[in-house]
Design a protein. Structure first.
Length: 72
């Protein structure tokens, strides 16, 4: 039996604000997780959703590292 609870609610506005306010032109899932106080996997899920909606670009930059950015 898993003790895992539901994913924390992440407000889309808060997520987009954290990405825009990063001191670099890109973010990682760890950056977003730390700033929003959620698990890296939760942050990744929300970043991936923004990417699938066409709002965010992504690029794999290493074995498993991915960077995310808005393309204006």
């Amino acid at each position: 039996m898993s003790s895992r609870g539901p994913d924390p609610v992440v407000d889309q506005h808060d997520l987009e604000t954290q990405i825009k306010e990063c001191n670099r032109p890109f973010v990682t899932a760890n950056d977003v997780a730390d700033s929003l106080g959620v698990a890296r996997q939760t942050a990744h899920k929300h970043l991936q959703r923004l990417h699938e909606e066409g709002n965010l670009k992504k690029r794999k930059v290493g074995g498993s590292a991915v960077i995310w950015w808005f393309d204006y």
